[in-house]
Design a protein around this ligand. Sequence first.
Ligand code: NAD
Ligand code: TDX
Length: 344
Amino acid sequence: MTLTNTNFKTVLITGGAGFIGNNFIRLFLERHKGVEVVNLDKLTYAGNLESLRDIESNPSYHFYKGDIADDAFVRRLFNEWHFDAVVNFAAESHVDRSILGPSAFIDTNVRGTMTLLEVAREFGVGRFLQVSTDEVYGSLGATGKFTELTHIAPNSPYSASKASSDFLVRAWWKTFDLPTLTTRCSNNYGPYQFPEKFIPLMIANAMQDKNLPIYGDGMNVRDWIYVDDHCDAIDAVLYNGKIGEIYNIGGGNEIPNIEMAKLILSKLGKPETLLEYVKDRPGHDRRYAMDSSKIEKELGWKPAKAFSEGIELTVKWYLDNEKWWKRIISGEYQDYYKLQYGGR
Ligand code: NAD
Ligand code: TDX
C-alpha cells in the first residue's frame, strides 16, 4: 500500500489558506515540481486566499472551498483526484476561541479528521499525515521536555480536540491499516500568521500604539519555531517518516511571553508602557518544550533558522505587509473569495 518516496502525483493539503498551510504549500510546490497540489479549505475567519496570491496561477496548484467534515464533498474530491497523500492542517487553532466556543473545534478537529480518515481509507492513500501540536501533552513545570512517550494530558478544549484527532489517526492505522503519520510541533511564528496569535498580535498592537495584553504574570514559556522549519519537518516526515509513528518538532527556543513582548517593543522602538497585564487565560499551560531528538536522529531534520533572524524577518514582514493584517482586522477580505472564484 505504501508508495515509495517519489511516487506522489497528487497531494491533498487541507487548511492551506491558513498560516502554516500556505507556507507549506509554497515550500512544497517549490520542492516537488510536477506534483499536483489540491488545497481544500473552508475559508473560516482564519483562511485567507490573499496569502496564496503569489502561487494561485501555478498550474500544479488547485483550490477547493469545502469542509473536511462534509463527507459527500470530501468523497467527491477523492473521486476526482485519487490522492496519493494527505496532509491535514485544517483545524480550529486558537485556544482562546476554544474557551469561548468549543463546538467548532469538535466539528472540525474531531469530526473533520475522522471524515478525512474514513474517505482516505475507502479510496486508499499512500500516506496520511496529521499535523498536531505539543499542546496535547499538557503543561510542563520548570524543567524537562515533552517526548513522543509523554502521556497525553490536554488542558484546553482546543488541545483536547487535537488529542482526540491524534487518537483517531492512531486507531485508523491500527484498525484499518491506514498508513498514517503524526507530527506534533511547538509554537510557530513567521509571515501570514493571523493577528489573534501572540506574536502577530503584539506586533500589530505595538504598531498601532495599542496596549499589549499579557496574560497572568507573563512568565508562561513557549518553544518558538520559525514556520519554514516546521514545514521542512512536515515534508521530511511525509516523504521519509515511518508509518504509524509520531514525531515531535520543536524550535529549541524557550522564551517567557513577557520577554517576547519586550523584544518586539524594542524592535519597533515602542515604549514598555504599552505592556498591560490582564486576567489570565483559564487553564493556561505554564511551559512547553519539545524534545526533537527522534526526528533529528531518524530523519536528519533540525531547525535552520536562528531565533534572532526569524524574529527580525517576522517583525519586518508585518511592517512591510501592514495592508494584509489591517484588512484582516477590518474584515475587508470577506468578499475576496467571491471575487476571485465566483463562488465555485
Ligand atoms: P490557522 O487557524 O491559521 O489555519 C487553519 C486553516 O484551516 C484555515 O485556513 C481555515 O479556513 C481552515 N479550516 C478550518 N476549519 C476547516 C474545515 N472544517 N474544513 C476545511 N478547512 C478548515 O491555523 P495554523 O496556525 O496554520 O495551524 C495549522 C495546523 O497546525 C492546525 O492543525 C494546528 O492545530 C497545527 N499547529 C499549529 C501550531 C501553531 O503554532 N500555529 C503549532 C502546532 C500545530
Ligand atoms: O493576547 C495574548 N496574550 C498572551 O499573553 C495572547 C493571544 C496570548 N498570550 C499568551 C498565551 C500563551 O502563553 O501567549 C502565549 C501564546 O499564545 P497563543 O499565540 O494563543 O498560542 P498557544 O496558546 O501557545 O497555542 C499555539 O501554539 C500551539 C497555537 O495557537 C496552537 O494552534 C498550537 O497548537
